[in-house]
Design a protein around this ligand. Structure first.
Ligand SMILES: O=P(O)(O)OC[C@H]1O[C@H](O)[C@H](O)[C@@H](O)[C@@H]1O
Length: 314
């Protein structure tokens, strides 16, 4: 691999007419990001294995978010507000950020920006800049950094919630556990958002789950036992965590989702919902989610010696 550099390529897809960016790292990992929604739809590891789920029935036709990948939810998460579900950012065409803020993460990145449109001003009357940097680290980690700035000229603050709604690909949902959420309180969207407390030492899946875990630790681990693969999610300024699997009944009701696909996906994403952000004009907020995919002998923060050797080789 010596001598092969990382690259960022812009591609217009014939089938959909949409523009996307393909980020490739020297050791073989890659990421795809659409201008539409600023949405990441592919993240492959060094062996070319897909880490994210995108439905076979996903629509790539605006104005509908692509079912899967990582959706940017702004300025509202879910139906916790008066805007459309998960806010408008995931259903808008973004632009390339020609003057990105200095990168501190990786040489392999793309910087996108979304600003208010005339249409959105009718429902959310604020001037803003939402910047998203999607970066692929040399060892294949996917790092998303968002910066949101209040550009209102009328002196008014605004408030928002935010999430990286992340669809992981899993081999069999009944073999998956999410660690790091034990003893936390969560809002259960299946019970009118009532506040419950996690009783298990890990979250496991035997039926529909639709929860927002509150004030979670900065590291959450999703272990796919069958695949022997673990996703490690690290987050900053995003205290909450969305955990969602629609299970069979809801899966059948979603037109852009296969009836059986709930078995091979799980959403676990960093969010900011319980304590929304308020920005005054000129103020900027920054939030970040970093995900790594490692072989599953990694569990609950304990590394075995063989695993450390493998990671050093990655
Ligand atoms: O169908 P979507 O609008 O993309 O939402 C998909 C899911 O997102 C979140 O996880 C919500 O908590 C769920 O209630 C919702 O079903």
């Amino acid at each position: 691999m010596a001598g092969r550099a990382s690259s960022v390529e812009r591609v217009k897809e014939r089938a959909t007419g949409l523009d996307k960016f393909v980020l490739s790292e020297a050791h073989g990992s890659s990421v795809e990001v659409y201008l539409y929604g600023g949405q990441v739809t592919s993240w492959k590891n060094n062996s070319g294995e897909q880490q994210l789920f995108v439905s076979r029935k996903a629509s790539f036709k605006p104005p509908k978010a692509i079912r899967g990948g990582i959706q940017i939810c702004f300025p509202q998460l879910g139906n916790h507000g008066f805007l459309e579900q998960h806010g408008f950012a995931r259903n808008r065409l973004w632009s390339v950020d020609e003057s990105p803020l200095p990168d501190t993460t990786s040489d392999c990145h793309i910087d996108l920006i979304l600003k208010q449109s005339e249409e959105d001003l009718k429902t959310w009357p604020h001037s803003y800049e939402l910047r998203l940097q999607v970066a692929l680290s040399p060892r294949g980690d996917l790092i998303l950094t968002s910066r949101i700035k209040n550009k209102n000229a009328d002196g008014k603050p605004f408030q928002f919630t935010f999430a990286y709604h992340t669809y992981f690909s899993v081999s069999d949902i009944s073999e998956v556990r999410v660690e790091g959420l034990d003893t936390l309180d969560y809002h259960d969207n299946l019970q009118s958002k009532i506040r419950c407390t996690e009783q298990g030492d890990a979250v496991v899946f035997e039926s529909e789950v639709d929860r927002i875990y509150l004030s979670a630790p900065s590291k959450i681990v999703t272990i796919d036992h069958e695949k022997k693969r673990t996703f490690v999610l690290r987050k900053r300024e995003l205290p909450d965590v969305v955990v969602w699997n629609p299970w069979d009944r809801k899966a059948k009701a979603m037109p852009d989702f296969g009836a059986e696909e709930y078995k091979c996906m799980l959403c676990v994403g960093a969010a900011r919902i319980e304590k929304p952000i308020t920005l005054r004009p000129g103020e900027e907020w920054q939030g970040r989610q970093e995900i790594s995919s490692v072989p599953s002998s990694y569990s609950s923060g304990l590394l075995d010696p063989e695993m450390i050797k493998q990671m050093q080789r990655m």
